[in-house]
Design a protein around this ligand. Structure first.
Ligand code: ADP
Ligand code: MG
Length: 279
């Protein structure tokens, strides 16, 4: 049974230690495990052949996602399915599906003209983020319409969201099949990151997390949750999280990948129709 990991360039020369360990565990249990970093290989989409039994997309780069799309198109089997990853990579389509499925998300707007935000910005705090691309690059918090003047016209579409004032720490939530883990992250407006501390998962957060997975047909994923005044709000869904801060997670990940590879656990290959998720 052959597994192939499409890895993030930043992971060079080793994938993050959780996935490196999971890959070693899979090898030890008899899988043939290979990996590639799309940016560091010369590859021809003309003659891509999905010769592995299961692919794992562990990169959010546009090149990796595009190659995953080509492999999916040619019959490659993915954990998580490519159509879900493509919807999630675009924060506009992701926000739309999450809202339609009844997941608590911030109000979201899109525009190419920040001047149109004047009225909104004077009525609530906003956060503006690029519609694609992780790692907090280009994220701006707008507190009042006077802050809009400092925003330069975006070179790419931007997502404008109601900024949820957290009442506690932000949560990084990680899901493997039905198992839900959480790491509490102290919020820093400068870095929006910090050292995480594992914490318990409330029943509400668990329900929200599993609903997100069903909404996209994912098996292994992460969420960014802000504990707002009206309860937890999902601000981001990640189809290839690093599970940073979750103790002893590598064997859990390896077991799940093995289960999917042997079809003991199943994943949808097409996105669940929204009609099925309503109600
Ligand atoms: N609407 C929001 N309200 C409050 N905080 C937010 C909101 N959106 C994002 N954040 C904060 O900014 C961080 C980065 O935003 P996110 O959408 O997760 O982008 P990225 O793709 O870079 O991870 C989140 O983890 C969260 O701490
Ligand atoms: Mg995020």
């Amino acid at each position: 049974m052959k597994l192939h990991f499409l890895l993030n360039q930043r992971a060079h020369p080793e994938p993050n230690s959780t996935f490196a360990t999971a890959m070693r565990l899979l090898e030890r249990s008899g899988f043939e495990v290979s990996s590639a970093i799309a940016e560091e290989a010369l590859c021809s989409p003309d003659d891509l052949y999905p010769g592995h039994d299961l692919y794992l997309l562990k990169s959010q780069s546009e090149l990796s996602l595009s190659l995953a799309g080509a492999l999916h198109d040619r019959g490659g089997r993915f954990l998580n399915p490519y159509p879900a990853c493509a919807l999630l990579q675009n924060k506009i389509t992701a926000a739309s599906r999450l809202a339609a499925a009844g997941v608590p998300v911030p109000h979201t707007w899109v525009t190419g003209d920040f001047a149109l935000l004047r009225e909104l910005a004077s009525s609530m705090p906003l956060i503006v983020k690029p519609y694609r691309g992780p790692m907090n690059s280009g994220i701006v918090i707008v507190l009042g319409s006077e802050n809009l003047a400092g925003l330069v016209s975006p070179e790419q579409p931007m997502l404008v969201q109601q900024f949820i004032h957290g009442t506690g720490d932000n949560l990084k939530v990680y899901v493997v099949d039905e198992q839900v883990f959480a790491v509490s992250m102290p919020f820093s407006a400068r870095t929006m990151r910090g050292a995480g501390v594992p914490c318990t998962v409330s029943a509400t957060v668990r329900d929200i997390a599993l609903r997100c997975g069903r909404t996209f047909g994912l098996g292994m994923y992460g969420l960014d949750i802000v504990e707002g005044p009206d309860g937890p709000v999902v601000v981001d869904v990640d189809y290839c999280p690093g599970f940073r801060g979750v103790p002893d997670i590598a064997p859990v990940i390896a077991r799940y990948i093995a289960d999917v590879a042997y079809s003991r656990a199943s994943l949808p290959t097409s996105l669940p129709p929204l009609k099925q998720l309503w109600g």
